[in-house]
Design a protein around this ligand. Structure first.
Ligand code: UDP
Ligand code: MG
Length: 337
């Protein structure tokens, strides 16, 4: 097979890993990924995005990058969140194929060959489906909720229980990462892109060291974000709810008139009026807040601030990689001098 000019010098595979406070895991991760990828035999790199870790992770990554030029690192100036880290991974990876995994060894590197084998059937994206998932009950419940919303509210058809352990063709990953929207849900965007998506069962392990970076509140927020970010259905539901309340009000009014005409009594029930007022103002506040969510997103999008700031890059050549602040930094340096 001939390699297109643009791909020359690119490794075949980039193993891409977002890490945030994973000091107990990064060395073991490299130790386990390297032999697997060497066995695969094609040129590869391991790209970490350090999402502003406050523990020894940056130091360990520096050591790993010094020892092995195939280990490349992008370090954020602070914690920007996993989605931002993933975007930076996709934009900075050089591989013709990207293999994404978590930094806590929940995705066993030994399972990578299964993803690679599946792609031979002609897929652009291969998802690892967790077999024997090792997560807390609430964590699993949260993913289920997210998947339910994707399917039912957003009408995005995803295979059940997909994880972030996946293989993507470089062009597809770069395409979704370069989309101008700020809140990116990559699993949904990969479906949007029309990529051919395959799945394969992979093992799942408990987190090797440290604790999960997600709690219930964060996951709830995430799901809400996902729904609002991908669908305007909540707005339509508000309309339906308004219609429902208006109809109920109309019927009640009609009933009051009939009652007055037929039986001769009109005003009844101060407490029912009070209840109606409280319920309806509650509904109105809710509606306003949902509309507010959409407006807030428009606002954030309009600001179009880059998603992250990169503090340091290791094992990058000068002209390599995607730097959201290049232009800004150049200008501020010019002004300073
Ligand atoms: N992560 C990150 N930034 C964050 C939170 C998490 O880069 O703000 C990384 C984390 O280091 C890990 C991956 O995202 O490699 C998944 O996180 P975690 O294992 O905590 O989530 P869970 O397995 O519970 O979904
Ligand atoms: Mg984990």
């Amino acid at each position: 097979m001939t390699v297109p000019a643009a791909d020359q010098g690119r490794p075949t595979y980039s193993v891409v890993v977002p890490v945030y406070n994973e000091e107990g895991n990064v060395e073991a991760l490299v130790d386990r990924v390297v032999p697997v990828m060497e066995e695969v035999g094609a040129p590869f790199e391991i790209l970490f995005v350090d999402d502003g870790s406050k523990d020894a992770t940056p130091k360990l990554l520096r050591k790993l990058a010094e020892a092995d030029a195939r280990v490349r690192v992008v370090r954020f100036s602070r914690n920007y969140g996993q989605e931002a880290a993933v975007e930076a991974l996709y934009l900075n990876a050089r591989g013709r194929w990207l293999i994404q995994m978590d930094g806590d060894l929940q995705n066993p590197p030994e399972e990578i060959p299964k993803l690679l084998a599946k792609k031979e059937e002609g897929y652009d994206v291969v998802y690892g489906i967790r077999e024997g998932r090792q997560d807390s009950l609430f964590r699993v419940a949260a993913s289920r909720g997210m998947q339910w919303s994707m399917k039912n509210l957003m009408e995005i058809e995803l295979p059940d229980d997909v994880s972030t352990f996946r293989l993507m063709s470089g062009p597809v990953a770069r395409l979704v990462a370069a989309l101008p929207e700020r809140r990116k849900f990559f699993s949904a965007l990969l479906v949007w892109s029309g990529a051919r998506i395959g799945t394969v069962g992979v093992g799942h392990a408990a987190r090797q060291a440290g604790t999960t970076k997600y709690n219930f509140g964060k996951l709830l927020n995430h799901t809400f974000d996902l729904v609002v970010g991908f669908s305007s259905k909540p707005l339509r539901y508000l309309g339906t709810m308004g219609f429902f309340f208006a109809s109920a009000g109309f019927l009640l009014g009609a009933w009051t008139i009939v009652r007055k005409l037929v039986w001769g009594y009109g005003a009844l029930g101060w407490s029912s009026i009070f209840a109606a007022v409280v319920v309806l103002s509650g509904v109105q506040l809710m509606a306003l807040s949902v509309i507010g969510e959409y407006i807030a997103r428009i606002y954030v999008q309009a600001q179009s601030r880059p998603l992250y700031n990169i503090a340091e890059r290791l094992n990058f050549k000068d002209d390599e990689g995607h730097q959201p602040f290049d232009e800004l930094q150049r200008r501020s340096l010019e002004e300073a001098s």
